[in-house]
Structure formats: C-alpha cells, structure tokens
Design a protein around this ligand. Structure first.
Ligand code: CAA
Ligand code: NAI
Length: 701
C-alpha cells in the first residue's frame, strides 16, 4: 500500500503522507510524493496540490534509522521530491500541523507555499543529531526567514511555533480552523493565478552585517566545545550568503555527508534512540497505565527536598512539604522562593507563573498533613535508621495506596521497603540529582516488590516533571554513583602517584567533560566522603588508597569550593581552580605513606584510568541486571554527570575505542594496580572476545 494517499478535493489534489508514528521520510514516502505530484500535473481538472501529514504531524524529517542503513537501490530520495516540487507548474502547498522538522521543513520549504495551524512547530533540529540540514534547509531558510533567524534556528536546533514562523516569513498563512479545508481553499485560489509560483530558491539573500557568523561562533564556544556540527551549520548558512543557490546546496551536501559519517553524529543518533528506548520497561506492556497523581508530598526541605517540591509545583501538582522544625521549613521555603525569583529575574518565568508555583507548595511541620498525598518522596538525612523511622511514620499516616519513594543516594531501598512490609509494593527509589529542580536525570530505583503500576506511575511523574527517568536496580549507588566511585577513586589514586590535579582535570575537560573529577569533588564537598570514611572507621577516617590527600585536606578544614580551598584554591567570588603547592606536598606525603614513587603521567594514561573503570563497572551493572540496557547507562552519565553528549556516553564511546582494546587495558591495570574497579567484568570480557559492542548487546536483549 502506498505511504502517500491521493485524493481530489475539487480542483486540488491532496497528497497525504501516512507513515506512523511521525511521518518520517522512510523508503516509500518520497516515491509516493513524486508519483502524486506527477499524477496531479497530468490531470487536467487539478490546478493545485496540497501536501499534508496524516496523524500527529506533517513530516518529522528523514527516517533517522537510515543514516546507519543502506537506502534501497533505485528508490526515490529527498532530492527527487524537491526537484518534482520545483518543476511543478501547478502550485504545491504544504499544510503543516504538529511538526515539520528537519527534512520535513525542507520539504515544506521546497513547496511554493506553506500554511500552518497555530499549534504546530517548524524547525531544523539536525544539529542535535550531529549534522547540519542536508536537503537545502540551510539555503532556503535564510532566504525565507532572513539570515539571523535561520542561523539561530539551524545552530540551536530549536523549533519555532507557528505564529513566530509566520512572523519570520517561513510560512505564508496561519489557518485557524480546519487545516485541510483551509489549505485546499488556499491552494485552489493560488491554482487560479498565473505562474510561475514563488520558489524559496529564487529569493535574494540580503545580509548587511557579516559579523553575525563570527558572533554566533563566539556565542556557542562553550556549549559546542568539542563538537563539529554547530560550526558546520554556520558554514552552510555562510555558503547560502556567499554562493549561488545550486552551489550553496552542493556545499551543504558535502558538509552534511562528512558530518553524518562522523563519530559525533553516530553518538548523537545513539542518544536520540537511547532516550526513546529508556521509556520502555521490558515485560511491562502498554496495558499498564500510570495512576493519576493529584497531590504529592515531600519530606525534608533541605538541598534536595526543596528542589523536588519545585518539580511537583512546576508540573502543576500541589505538594505538601514537611520539615522537622519551623526554622528548617522557613529556610527551605526561602531557598525555593529565591530560586523562582532568580528564574523570574532572568526572564524565564512570569510573576504569575511564579505565584502559581509558590501557591502549589504547602509548607508544614506536621506529617499528618501527608494523609491525602498520592505520592510521597522522602529526602531526609542519608542514614538507614532515620529513613526507616520516617517510613514507619509514613506507614501510619499515608493513604493505603500512596506511592512512597526514597531519594537516597546509596542506601538499600529494598531494606527500606521491607521495613514496612504491608506497603512493599508501593515503595521504590527516586534518585534526583542536585540541583533537583534543574538536573534532568532521575534514577527510578526498582525494588524487588514494587508493582508494575507504581513503577510506571513514578516514571510518568518523572516525565511530567520534564526529567529523563531511567530505571535502575537496587545496588550501592545505583547506576551513576556506583560507577562514579571508580572514576573519582582512580583520579584520587593517580595524584598519589604523581599526576597533578590540574593535569587530570585538563585531560578530562578536553575530552569533553563539563568539569574534571577533582574540580567536581571540590564542588560537591570533600567532607561528604570524609564523613563516610569516618563512619566506616568508627570515628577515624579510613585511609585506603585514594583517601590520603582528601583526609588531610578535610582535617585542615579544606572542604572544597565552599571553604575556597580543597584540591585547589579559589579566589573570593571565583570558581576558577588554582593549583596549590600545599596540595602538591600532600601528594608527595601520600606517596611516602603508601611507599610509591612520583612519576610523570601522559594524557592517554589519565584518560584510560578515568574512563575505563566507568566502562568496566558499567558492564558489571548491566551483567547483574541493575541497568536495563547499556544505552540507559549512557544517558545516566550524559544527563547526571556532565559526560559529553557527542561522545554518546561511556558505553557507546567504549565501542568506538573497541571493547577488545578496553578489555585488554582493564586487565593490564588490574594486574598492576589491583583495585576492585579494575577487576575485569565478565560481560566486558565476553563482548570483547566476540568482537561486539554494547549496542550489539542491547539489540540482542
Ligand atoms: N526517524 C525515525 N524514527 C523517528 C523519527 C525520525 N525522524 N522521529 C521519531 N521517530 C520515532 C521514535 O524513535 C519513536 O519510536 P518508538 O516509538 O519506537 O520509540 C517514535 O517515532 C515516536 O517518537 P517520539 O517518542 O519522539 O514522539 P514525540 O511525539 O514525543 O515527538 C517528534 C515527536 C517531535 C517528531 C520527535 O520524535 C522528534 O523530534 N523526532 C526527530 C525529528 C528530527 O530530528 N528530524 C530531523 C531528522 S534528520 C533530517 O531530516 C535530515 C535531512 O535534512 C535530510
Ligand atoms: P539536607 O541535609 O540538605 O536536607 C535534609 C533535610 O531533611 C533537613 O532539612 C532536615 O531538617 C530534614 N529532615 C530530617 N529528618 C526529618 C524528618 N523526620 N521529617 C522532616 N524533615 C526531616 O540533605 P540533602 O542533601 O537534601 O539530602 C537528602 C537526601 O537526598 C539524602 O538521602 C541524600 O543522600 C540524597 N541526595 C542528596 C544529593 C545532594 O547532592 N545533596 C543528591 C542526591 C540525593
């Protein structure tokens, strides 16, 4: 059956693209469109053509799967559609609802006219897949919308809503009523007018000030660090200004093809599909629906609880915030108010929206007030005894079917669930990341007995909060923090062997991490680990490898950025880490303490020793079933730990290095260093021996 319907509405031929779910340009779609255009031009009683999408949108662009698959031989392509439109003597009108993205917008821009419903969006999001638009988008959009608007859209990947698209000149008319009816009327009228009809390619580009290109390069410097695609987008738009249309299109294509074949694009396509896969939980079908959450509760208005309460309020869900004292409650509410006020000051929130959010948060010191909450998230101190006490109280006050979750970072959520056995099916973990109102990652910790419905509801709540919920099993530190121990651990161990903190951080920053590991530890606070080591040592901090320098720093009151001294020193009001000879001396003391000799480190060793433990531990987590798929682990690292998206996450990146090469190095480091995080994972070994990647593993599950 054709993927493009053909119907006549009076004098107008309507071509309907019908390729669920999003009308991507899969094989068959270009063919159907080309055939429809040819037929309409051959039929004497047709004077115009409308192209429209069935279902939820116009066209979502190229079928992204085909960037990694061969396009069928002889099958029509994008270029054929565009050629057919531009050669059509009868006007072609794109009728847009839902979305016209990427190749979808390029198709629309190759039509003579475009009409749109007010709720639709148009955009060129290709940069998020690691390449610039490749079907003339960078040449037609600047002609229609002007260079500045086009450059912003193409480099940011952000779509425009219909009214803005109309204002910019990308579309010709906003249709308020029925789209098909409006589009047919518009096309019929254009069909009565003499040709030739307008073509975007014929519009002359006007640009008075070429500095927009360099300004954009400067503007994206930080965000696009290490990436090629955003710069490729700028080059393509520059070509639109500098070259005649056809040469500009050829230049765009050349740049596009190089980018599509790059590791960067492969990584970003991996992330696109990873995000969609993460919503699926094997064994739980679409028949399991999330429950309605009308009211929420949060326990603890500290660093995390306040941000979590804001997430509920932002999602439109009234939330009761409980503290143990009025003083702490007032402090917590003060922080929330300041956070909203900052967003307001930046112009990203209106006063009305802020007031509405604040009104959704009800502060209280009485746990009884949680009696009507459908979900309650606990964010009190990280101590099992305190958590159990709180859950026992919740058992007494919460609705019988309320979902009860813990925001614990490391504790055994099964043990918490088992402490109130009558409700074990309703207890699970929700591990938010700090700042909880900002960070996108949410680890949803699946306990042994949680019901499918409660798990699905918690995932849905995460999505309603605009988070990226990732299912993880119950293990120490879940996915992210468990892996982090290897990463931080190895960085701390290397400084004892002579690697300088700034060298380690620079290597990791240049790799693409948002910050190096030692700078992150300074930011998070060295006292957290110190206090854990003191707990483990019965009051005296344990001092295994990697702890020496950190213990001494804490004894000196150097807790990191908050005391302006940690692994680095920080000048008043500055976050810039400055190396400190006192720390260098501590690393020498550590070497003497452990009987080591300081030596020179090269970049490659630093890189391997930071990243390979992540991969090795990640493989264990996968092997044990504590992650549903390797791509979930990638998403955790990208969204929670500043791992560069364009590297695709640690597990994807391991595939670009080659699992065999990674495995050999893991074995070698295990041999020489011996730490637990180097103990070769059986899954890593298996995949390396089979010549596979973690993506192969995911596909086989
Ligand atoms: N190709 C292939 N599959 C796609 C797709 C595409 N362009 N867009 C979406 N899908 C798939 C998703 O993988 C998902 O599949 P599963 O249900 O199997 O997981 C399904 O369609 C639904 O997608 P979403 O869950 O994302 O649906 P949504 O309603 O939340 O969002 C959307 C819809 C806004 C269109 C969103 O899917 C989206 O942004 N898609 C990508 C758009 C894009 O990047 N287009 C540019 C493509 S590249 C291009 O066009 C190059 C060129 O110039 C030639
Ligand atoms: P915090 O110390 O800032 O806040 C905890 C709050 O809980 C305090 O205000 C305290 O008064 C309150 N509280 C304690 N017992 C209470 C009770 N019985 N009833 C009501 N309130 C009570 O701690 P933070 O950092 O917010 O951590 C909370 C939880 O979140 C911990 O389990 C922690 O491990 C976890 N977490 C922390 C992250 C962080 O970066 N701070 C990140 C992710 C998780």
């Amino acid at each position: 059956m054709s993927m493009v319907g053909y119907e006549k509405h009076g004098s107008v031929a309507v071509l309907t693209v019908d390729n669920p779910p999003v009308n991507a340009m899969s094989p068959g779609v270009p063919k159907g469109i080309c055939e429809g255009v040819a037929r309409a031009n051959a039929e004497d009683d047709v004077n115009a053509i409308v192209l429209i999408g069935a279902g939820r949108g116009f066209i979502a662009g190229a079928d992204i799967r085909y960037f990694s698959l061969p396009w069928p031989d002889g099958e029509e392509k994008f270029a054929d559609i565009i050629a057919a439109f531009e050669a059509s003597p009868k006007p072609v009108v794109a009728a847009i609802h839902g979305h016209a993205l990427g190749g979808g917008l390029e198709t629309a821009m190759a039509c003579h006219y475009r009409v749109i419903v007010p709720s639709a969006r148009v955009g060129q999001p290709e940069v998020n897949l690691g390449f610039p638009p490749g079907a003339g988008g960078t040449q037609r959009l600047p002609r229609l919308a002007g260079v500045k608007v086009a450059l912003d859209m193409i480099v940011s990947g952000r779509p425009l809503k219909a009214p803005k698209a109309a204002e910019a000149g990308i579309v010709d008319k906003v249709i308020e009523g029925d789209l098909l009816e409006g589009a047919v009327a518009f096309a019929a009228e254009k069909g009565t007018q003499d040709g030739p009809h307008q073509r975007a390619r014929d519009i002359e580009i006007k640009l008075e000030d070429r500095s927009v290109f360099d300004a954009m390069r400067e503007n994206i410097k930080r965000k696009a660090r290490g990436m090629r695609a955003p710069y490729a987008c700028i080059e393509c738009v520059e070509a639109a200004v500098d070259l005649p249309f056809d040469e500009g299109v050829a230049r765009e294509r050349e740049i596009f093809e190089v980018c599509v074949a790059s590791d960067e694009s492969r990584a970003m396509r991996h992330v696109f599909f990873a995000e969609r896969a993460a919503r699926k939980i094997p064994g739980i079908g679409k028949d399991v629906k999330p429950r309605t959450i009308a009211k929420a509760g949060v326990l603890g208005a500290g660093t995390m609880g306040g941000g979590i309460a804001m997430n509920f309020a932002n999602a439109g869900i009234p939330v009761t915030l409980v503290e143990q004292s009025q003083e702490n409650l007032d402090r917590g509410m003060g922080v929330i108010e300041r956070n909203y006020a900052n967003t307001l000051a930046k112009g990203r929130l209106s006063q009305d929206a802020m007031d509405a959010c604040m009104a959704r948060i009800t502060p209280t010191v009485s746990m009884e007030d949680l009696g009507d909450a459908d979900i309650i998230i606990e964010a009190v101190f990280e101590l099992m005894a305190v958590k159990k006490e709180v859950f026992a109280k919740l058992d007494a006050v919460a609705k019988p079917d309320a979902i009860l979750t813990s925001n614990t970072s490391y504790l055994d959520v099964n043990e918490i669930a088992d402490s109130i056995p009558g409700r074990a099916g309703n207890v699970l973990g929700t591990h938010f990341f700090s700042p909880a109102n900002v960070m996108r990652l949410l680890e949803v910790v699946r306990t042994d007995n949680v019901s499918d419905e409660n798990l699905v509801t918690t995932m849905a709540i995460g999505q309603a909060m605009r988070k990226l919920p990732i299912v993880t099993g119950v293990c120490h530190g879940f996915i992210g923090n468990r892996m982090l121990e290897g990463y931080f651990g190895e960085a701390s161990i290397m400084i004892e062997e002579g690697a300088r903190p700034l060298h380690i951080d620079t290597v990791m920053y240049e790799y693409g991490m948002a910050m190096g590991p030692l700078a992150v530890m300074d930011l998070a606070g060295l006292d957290i680990g110190w206090s854990k080591r003191k707990d483990a040592g019965g009051g005296v901090a344990t001092e295994g490898r990697g702890a020496f320098v950190s213990n001494r720093l804490c004894e000196m009151g150097r807790f990191g950025q908050k005391t302006r001294r940690g692994f680095y020193v920080y000048e008043e009001g500055s976050r810039r880490p400055v190396p400190d000879p006192e720390v260098d001396q501590l690393t020498l003391d550590a070497a003497a303490h452990y009987g080591l000799e300081h030596r020179e480190f090269n970049d490659q060793e630093i890189l391997e020793r930071c990243l390979y433990p992540l991969i090795n531990i990640g493989a264990d987590i996968l092997h044990e079933g504590h992650a549903l798929r390797a791509s979930d682990i990638d998403l955790v690292y990208i969204n929670g730990y500043g791992f560069p998206t364009w590297r695709g996450g640690p597990m994807h990146w391991a595939g670009t290095v080659g699992l065999n090469a990674v495995y050999e190095k893991v074995c070698a480091y295990h041999e020489t260093l011996g730490f637990d995080h180097w103990k070769p994972s059986p899954l890593l070994k298996k995949l390396a021996e089979e010549g596979k990647t973690f993506e192969d593993y995911d596909k086989e599950q």
